[in-house]
Design a protein around this ligand. Structure first.
Ligand code: NAD
Length: 420
């Protein structure tokens, strides 16, 4: 389904990327009022000032001398990108230069409102390769020991954490303490307790915490959500989510309990969990779940191979979902209402997303998810834009509470009540 697992979809990805480049569609903020632009610039300068107030006098002087070249650099970057929105771009450092980090970096080449400006990695050779590939200055390169120093770097606004799940908690909290906004990959953490600590740390540091829920910006997904909100499906009755693929290399971190936090549910089943919420528009009240394991050598204690779970919603709607590391061709959503339906397959892969409703094919444009996501996240962080479906830490925390409850239901065999 995903290209790092499947060469064919990699070809589709690049083909689509070219189509997007040549085509006309970008989900963009084109009509910013002058007031919005002005406020976001003031916000940036305010943040710089507040952060600097914590430092000593000499650092204040240094920050002040940086302020002028910083503003002119922003203007230059905007001109170079031929941007219609001429406010500042979100300047992002990526932490974790692995397979998904690389995908995000490539997608960010086409961003209008976000820019890759820094890297954090434990591999010096990867850092040099990225420096030359993305024109990253040495002053914006960090490793896992020294990245707290990002606090003194006025040229980085946000850090995008794209490391194994088990590292997110500590890394996000360190970034927050360094006073930078954080974007974190899904799952945000290993459990709700960790997630709550991350949310608290970001609140305390007065920085935004967003999570890489790229589907929340995908046009066909947004159209189904629009139709549901407009009542076009009638009363929502049922959601089905199937999420899975056959995982390869048994030594990878995804099959290591400490780094992954579990198995398929943390990695791929989370798409059905999150999807059940944005497709129905409700928060579940209870969960039941059943785990099956056919290969206990590959899927050790605490690493789930296959879990089926059911969710119940306040309206009476129910969801039935499958999460697995042992079956391919599983990436579909089905939403059924009293007056219509939506069916998507692929529903969450990198694209193209395909689907239809009782009214016909979903014909919204194909986009590179990560390009749109990063431009939209820039608007959320810098301009206070409200996304249709939230992508913040609180949103991710709800998924983590459901994940905790699913594991508890598997262990106990009981129906677990949720209070999201
Ligand atoms: P990956 O193994 O390809 O990359 C992980 C990176 O983290 C590597 O560069 C590795 O060097 C680095 N790393 C740092 N410390 C490490 C450690 N102790 N052990 C192992 N690696 C370490 O993994 P990935 O596929 O890029 O996944 C990274 C994160 O992104 C995960 O949280 C995953 O769930 C998420 N992800 C999200 C999507 C999406 O569509 N939103 C897709 C794929 C992955």
């Amino acid at each position: 389904m995903f290209s790092y697992r499947n060469k064919e979809s990699c070809i589709i990805f690049y083909k689509r990327k070219i189509e997007v480049n040549n085509g006309t569609y970008f989900l963009r903020v084109c009509s910013q009022s002058f007031l919005c632009k002005f406020i976001s610039i003031v916000f940036l300068h305010y943040k710089t000032t507040v952060m600097n107030s914590r430092r000593d006098f000499l650092q204040k002087i240094a920050a002040a001398t940086i302020a002028v070249p910083f503003s002119s650099q922003v203007t230059t970057a905007c001109k170079a990108n031929n941007k219609s929105y001429d406010g500042p771009a979100l300047r992002v450092a990526i932490m974790g230069l692995g397979s998904y980090g690389t995908r995000v970096a490539e997608a960010m080449r086409d961003c209008k409102d976000a820019k890759l400006v820094g890297v954090i990695s434990g591999h010096p050779e990867k850092i040099s390769a990225w420096q030359s590939r993305y024109n990253i200055p040495v002053k914006n390169c960090y490793n896992y020991e020294n990245f707290d120093n990002v606090k003194d770097n006025p040229d980085i606004d946000a850090v995008y954490v794209i490391t194994p799940n088990g590292l997110h908690h500590d890394e996000v909290i360190r970034v927050a303490k360094a006073g930078k906004h954080v974007i974190c990959e899904k799952p945000m953490a290993l459990n709700a307790k960790q997630g709550q600590e991350m949310v608290n740390a970001c609140k305390k540091a007065n920085v935004r915490l967003l999570v890489g829920y790229r589907m929340h910006f995908e046009p066909k997904t947004l159209e189904v959500i629009r139709m549901r909100k407009a009542g076009e499906f009638g009363k929502i009755l049922f959601f089905q989510g199937l999420s899975g693929f056959v995982i390869g290399d048994p030594t990878q971190w995804r099959l290591n309990k400490e780094l992954a936090g579990g198995g398929a549910l943390m990695d791929i089943g989370i798409y059905s969990i999150n999807g059940s919420r944005y497709m129905t528009g409700e928060e579940p009240l209870w969960v039941t779940a059943q785990e099956t394991k056919t290969d206990p050598v590959k899927f050790k204690e605490g690493v789930d191979e296959t879990i089926q779970f059911q969710l119940g919603f306040p309206s009476g709607a129910v969801a039935s979902c499958l999460s697995t590391y042992s079956m391919n061709n599983l990436d579909s959503f089905f939403l059924n209402g009293s007056q219509g339906f939506a069916e998507m397959q692929p529903a969450t892969g990198y694209g193209p997303i395909m689907g239809h409703t009782h009214k016909g094919e979903l014909a919204q444009p194909v986009v590179t998810h990560q390009t749109v996501q990063m431009d939209e996240m820039s608007a959320i962080i810098l301009q206070g834009k409200q996304p249709v479906v939230p992508v913040d830490g609180e949103e991710a925390l709800k998924d983590l509470r459901i994940i905790d409850a699913i594991y508890e239901a598997c262990r106990s065999g009981k129906k677990i009540n949720l209070n999201l």
